[in-house]
Write a protein that binds this ligand. Structure first.
Ligand SMILES: [Zn+2]
Ligand SMILES: [Zn+2]
Length: 390
């Protein structure tokens, strides 16, 4: 099947929107018509070569939602017509990590994600010249259609517009899981969130959902500080650790870092009170080190990473889909721009400049539902499927 997709051919070069060949789903896989896809900093990290060598050519995109068009053999929990959001770790359930209840760290899925292949070790994607292309984290949803492992397609309520469901599979799961499963934020705890982009803004809402007391957001961009306040931050500052400590003398109970740079990881450490822990969800480029004052380990401060919600991502995605559909967890206001396949490269530019929060690429306007007016959009409007924007 011919299919338009945004392909990364070489690091630090623009994505190429072109026709690729998509093979039908094999056993245990499903074909999904993509309605919408979120543009995440991890896509940009990969495009800029920050996530290791050898990962091209690749179809990017790992956060999205759509409608099942076909199912392969041995798929019993999905059928054509189902609305799904993508979960990018299809946990095997049998490896050491899965057996220990840490399904986000599934070793089988981790190895194959790194290789850009599906669970049988092969790709369903071919370029026009016949070369195989890699799938980004099993999903590769910067495309009109995607073939994914059935475990990557999580049913969502039909009441939830798919452009909103597209935000669940990375930003929401990562943030809510970091707060709930990794940090286990308790009611009334003071929280600092460093960086208020797509994931940081979800961390603010997740901390509020967990009943945190004071929630201090640290962010340079005034528009994103305003968004953080609207989502439940009690304070939003543009500054360093001193600015946070002036608001919360002695330090916070929990800090979250959602940028992935040494300076902001250090900031998350510096605002901790004795005995508190910083949880890092931001992704730093390969080879970047962070320095910490070792003496402060005596005060039992801690630092940990959290990857993809630190738990069962598919289960968390399903429960968050229900909350979002019921209007009990906000996602809409995180979206500052909508675009189409051709506009993803512009969204990368905004991410590089720290401009705006989430961009959602609409792949099929009829399926995706209508994002509100007033968001940033490409000049000339969105491309209609099958036709390029003029
Ligand atoms: Zn992501
Ligand atoms: Zn596993």
């Amino acid at each position: 099947m011919r299919n338009r997709a945004a392909v990364l051919h070489a690091y630090s070069t623009p994505l190429s929107v072109e026709e690729v060949e998509l093979e039908p789903p094999r056993a245990g896989e499903v074909l999904v018509r993509v309605a919408a896809a979120g543009v995440c900093h991890s896509d940009l990290h990969l495009a800029d070569g920050h996530l290791g060598p050898g990962r091209v050519p690749m179809v990017l995109g790992h956060e999205g939602a759509g409608v099942v068009e076909a199912v392969g053999e041995d798929v019993d929990h999905l059928e054509p017509g189902d609305h799904v959001a993508f979960c990018f770790v299809p946990a095997c359930g049998r490896c050491r990590a899965c057996a220990a209840g840490r399904r986000n760290l599934c070793e089988v899925a981790g190895d194959l994600a790194w290789a850009g292949m599906l669970l049988d070790g092969t790709s369903r994607l071919r370029l026009a010249d016949g070369r195989p292309a890699q799938h980004f984290n099993f999903v590769a949803c910067f495309a009109e259609r995607a073939v994914v492992p059935a475990a990557c397609a999580v049913p969502v309520p039909r009441a939830l517009p798919l452009w909103q469901a597209s935000l669940l599979g990375c930003g929401v799961v990562t943030a809510v899981g970091a707060v709930r499963n990794a940090a286990r934020v308790a009611v009334g705890e003071t929280v600092c969130i460093v960086g208020c982009g797509g994931v940081g803004l979800q961390l603010v809402a997740a901390a509020r959902l967990a009943g945190a007391g004071r929630i201090v957001a640290v962010e340079r961009d005034p528009a994103k500080r305003a968004l953080a306040l609207a989502r439940g931050a009690t304070d939003a500052v543009d500054g360093g650790a001193d600015a946070v400590l002036a608001l919360v003398p002695g330090g916070v109970d929990q800090a979250f870092e959602a940028v992935g740079s040494p300076a902001t990881i250090r900031l998350a450490w510096d605002v901790l009170r004795a005995g508190a822990t910083a949880t890092v969800v931001g992704i730093a480029p390969r080879g970047v080190d962070v320095a910490l004052p070792a003496l402060e380990l005596l005060s039992e401060k801690g630092i940990r990473g959290s990857y993809y919600g630190s738990g069962d991502a598919a289960a968390l995605l399903a429960s968050m889909a229900a909350l979002v559909a019921e209007g009990r967890f906000p996602v809409v206001d995180v979206v500052t721009h909508v675009t189409d396949l051709d506009g993803i490269e512009d969204a990368f530019g905004r991410l590089r400049r720290g401009e705006g929060a989430r961009t959602v690429a609409i792949l099929d306007e009829a399926l995706a539902g209508a994002p509100p007016d007033g968001l940033g959009r490409p000049a000339g409007g969105l491309a209609v499927p099958g036709r390029r924007r003029p």
